[in-house]
Each structure stands twice: as structure tokens, then as C-alpha cells.
Design a protein around this ligand. Structure first.
Ligand SMILES: NC(=O)C1=CN([C@@H]2O[C@H](COP(=O)(O)OP(=O)(O)OC[C@H]3O[C@@H](n4cnc5c(N)ncnc54)[C@H](OP(=O)(O)O)[C@@H]3O)[C@@H](O)[C@H]2O)C=CC1
Ligand SMILES: CC(=O)[C@@H](O)[C@H](O)COP(=O)(O)O
Ligand SMILES: [Mn+2]
Length: 372
């Protein structure tokens, strides 16, 4: 039996984690849940269910409650919070010595060395589907045998469009992900390819592979979740239906697999799997993320914070879709990163706050932003 804490229990990741627990009560017991308070009705129902199975279970709303929950005595903390607000709960779970099943990629990306220094080998289990796929493909291998990591990308709902054709796309269109039902921020990030940019930085931090050996290939079906190319030319890929059930179940049970977590691909059916290169002109977010990742220090926190502000502005009708990555680029260009900085939590939080202000100012000064 594994005792599990779920941060962000009302979200896409959190509700799927609870589904996995429901189907495997002999394996998992929930000892704590937290959420943001945006969906009180669902959270109250979850609290009722969780306490019915474990009367002492912790529940709470907001970042402070999540920091507290991350330190509960348990086997694994699943961080399914969205955004930079997940950083302190991530650090709290690591400092408390808990295994961290990490969906909240933002905390690793913005914390960078801060998070890595605090994590023991194997303490972070990636839940992001691409990184779970890479972790699975690497099992049993040696790091010196790895030549490249290949992240797959759906290409989002606007795959194939030119930059000019992206100018007037709507939030509703941006939220129509081709394969996954996810929260608003990550779904918008999939449409801009910011999600893939963040994932390149995430892969660099998780697997210690340099940026020039991390590739991205567009694979619209998302049946291959990512791949590892080895020095002899062999490529190992993880394949499965495009759902999060396997990555979440593995995150909760690692290193064990949960039987029947998902239906396997049906190999008796005819299918075409497509692969395309990224279009860096229409979707410059990955190139920009590589730059931020290479600059390191606070640059990834600035990339992420500017993006979070832009996503809200796009959904509020204050920013056009291509403006999201334009603003991230302009805020990053104005950010001074001391080269040999010993990164502290205060540095990251200050850079995050600075980038939010800078992005808000930039959006306010863009005349085109109000023209939709
Ligand atoms: N969904 C997916 O398939 C995938 C998601 N991820 C990553 O997982 C994370 C979660 O994504 P997703 O589940 O889609 O997002 P959702 O928006 O669906 O859920 C976010 C969760 O975080 C909670 N939350 C928000 N603010 C706070 C806060 N201040 N304190 C505590 N909890 C808070 C929300 O609570 P409430 O809404 O009740 O306020 C909700 O439970 C993201 O980092 C995303 O990038 C990665 C791969 C796949
Ligand atoms: C399920 C998952 O891990 C998401 O990050 C998903 O991969 C989004 O896919 P794209 O960003 O490639 O559209
Ligand atoms: Mn992903």
C-alpha cells in the first residue's frame, strides 16, 4: 500500500490520479489533497470521498496548504498544480524527503539548479508524458550510451498554419487540443508550442542531456510519447494511447507498473503515423526556450512567468495569439542574467515577479492587442 498526496486534486492531472486510486484501492491510499479553490464543489466532494477511506486525511486550499501537504508522511507527492505557484510545494516535498511525482513541470523549469540540488537521485519521477516516456525508454540503460532525446509534439490545433494565418485565431480554437483534455494553461501552451519549449528545458534538467542533443519532432497522433536514440543507432520509444493514465500511474507506483492502467494500442488495425519537422517561423517558442535554457539561471523563470501573463491576456482578449511568444521574447531580451549567479529561491521569485510586470507593461503598450 502506498500513501499518496495529490496537489491540484481538482485539475486534469488530479482527477485522473484519483481515478487511478479508485481503481486500485489495494495499492494506493490518499492521505492528503489540495487545490486552488477555483472549484469548491468538486473539492468538497473529493474531501468527502478521501476522508471516507482515510478519516485522518489532510485537505486544504492554496499554496500554503500545498506546502504543508507536500511534507506529510507519505510515499509519494503528486504535484499536479499549474504554474509557477507549484515551486514551493515542489521544494517542500523534496526537502521532506518525499518521492515527487512531477506533473508541475514549471517548478523544475523555473527552479532549475535550485530544484536539482535539493533532489536525491531518483527522487523526482516525471509524470509529463514525454519525460515519462524517456524515463521508461532509459530503464536499464547507461547514460553514456545515450546519444539524443527525441521529444514528440502534437503540433497543436494550429499545426500547418503560417504565421499570418495565426493572427486571428480565437481562445476557443486554441483550447481544442487534438488529443488531450488538459487544463487551460497547458492547452494554450500546446497551441503556441510553448509547452514543447518548456519540455525541452525540462528534459535537459531531468536527464542531464545538453540542448543540442534534444530534438523535437511533430507527431500528430501522439502514439509515440517520446524516444531515446542510443550511440549504436538504436532508438527506443514508448508507445501508448494518448492519455495520461500510464504516466500518472507510474508516477504514483514507480518503479512498479500498475496492471491495466490503460488499454494498449490495437496492432490489428491499419494506421498511419506521421512525422514532421517543427515550423520555427510560425512557432518560434521552442527556439526561444532553448535560448532561455542555455542562458540558465533566472531566464527560464522569466520565459515561464511572461508566458503565464500572456496566456491570461490572450484569453481576456487583450493580446493576439502570435503576441504571446512575441512578448515572451521581448521580456527575455530585456532580462539581465548574471552569469555566475548562485541561484536562490528569492532570485527566482524576484525574476518571476519582474517578468510578470514587464510582460503586463509590454502587453499594455501593444496597440494591436486591443484590435480583436
Ligand atoms: N493535464 C495533462 O494532461 C498534463 C498536465 N501537465 C502539467 O500538470 C500540471 C497540471 O495541469 P492540469 O491538471 O492540466 O491543470 P488544471 O488547470 O486542470 O489543474 C490545475 C490544478 O491546480 C490547482 N491550483 C491552482 N492554483 C493553485 C494554488 N495556488 N494552490 C494549490 N492548487 C492550485 C487547481 O485548483 P482549482 O482549479 O480547484 O483552483 C487545479 O486543481 C501543469 O503543470 C501541466 O503543465 C503535464 C502533462 C500533461
Ligand atoms: C500529455 C502531455 O504530456 C502534454 O504535455 C501533451 O504532450 C501536450 O502535447 P503537445 O504540447 O505536444 O501538444
Ligand atoms: Mn507533455
Amino acid at each position: 500500500m502506498r500513501d499518496v498526496v495529490i496537489l491540484g486534486s481538482t485539475g486534469s492531472i488530479g482527477t485522473q490520479a484519483l481515478e487511478i486510486v479508485r481503481a486500485n484501492r489495494d495499492r494506493f491510499r490518499v492521505v492528503g489533497i489540495t487545490a486552488g479553490g477555483g472549484n469548491r464543489e468538486l473539492f468538497d466532494r473529493q474531501v468527502e470521498e478521501v476522508t471516507a477511506h482515510h478519516p485522518g486525511a489532510f485537505s486544504g486550499l492554496g499554496a500554503e496548504a500545498s506546502v504543508e501537504a507536500a511534507q506529510l508522511t507519505c510515499d509519494v507527492v503528486l504535484n499536479g498544480i499549474t504554474g509557477a505557484v507549484g515551486l514551493r510545494p515542489t521544494l517542500a516535498a523534496l526537502d521532506a524527503g518525499r518521492t515527487l511525482a512531477l506533473a508541475n513541470k514549471e517548478s523544475l523549469i523555473i527552479g532549475g539548479p535550485l530544484v536539482k540540488q535539493r533532489a536525491q537521485p531518483g527522487q523526482i519521477v516525471p509524470v509529463d508524458s514525454e519525460h515519462s516516456a524517456i524515463a521508461q525508454s532509459l530503464r536499464g540503460g547507461r547514460s553514456e550510451e545515450v546519444r539524443r532525446l527525441v521529444l514528440t509534439a502534437s503540433g497543436g490545433p494550429f499545426r500547418g498554419r503560417s504565421l499570418a494565418e495565426l493572427a486571428d485565431v480565437t481562445p476557443e480554437q486554441a483550447l481544442a487540443h487534438p488529443n488531450f483534455a488538459m487544463g487551460r494553461v497547458i492547452t494554450t501552451n500546446s497551441a503556441t508550442l510553448v509547452n514543447k519549449g518548456l519540455e525541452v528545458i525540462e528534459a535537459h534538467l531531468l536527464f542531464d542531456v545538453p540542448f543540442d542533443r534534444i530534438d523535437v519532432v511533430v507527431h500528430p497522433q501522439q502514439l509515440i510519447h517520446s524516444m531515446v536514440e542510443f550511440v549504436d543507432g538504436a532508438v527506443v520509444a514508448q508507445i501508448g494511447l494518448p492519455t495520461m493514465l500510464v504516466p500518472i500511474a507510474l508516477g504514483l507506483a514507480w518503479p512498479d507498473r500498475v496492471p491495466d492502467a490503460e488499454t494498449p494500442v490495437d496492432w490489428t488495425k491499419t494506421a498511419d503515423w506521421r512525422f514532421e519537422p517543427l515550423d520555427d517561423v510560425a512557432f518560434p517558442a521552442v527556439v526561444l526556450a532553448r535560448e532561455a535554457g542555455r542562458r540558465g539561471s533566472t531566464a527560464p523563470a522569466v520565459y515561464n512567468a511572461a508566458n503565464e501573463v500572456c496566456v491570461d491576456a490572450f484569453h481576456d482578449g487583450r493580446l493576439l495569439f502570435p503576441g504571446i511568444v512575441d512578448v515572451i521574447g521581448s521580456v527575455l531580451a530585456d532580462h539581465d542574467v548574471p552569469s555566475d549567479q548562485q541561484l536562490t529561491l528569492d532570485d527566482v521569485l524576484a525574476a518571476d515577479a519582474w517578468a510578470r510586470e514587464a510582460a503586463t507593461r509590454t502587453i499594455g503598450s501593444m496597440r494591436t492587442s486591443t484590435q480583436r
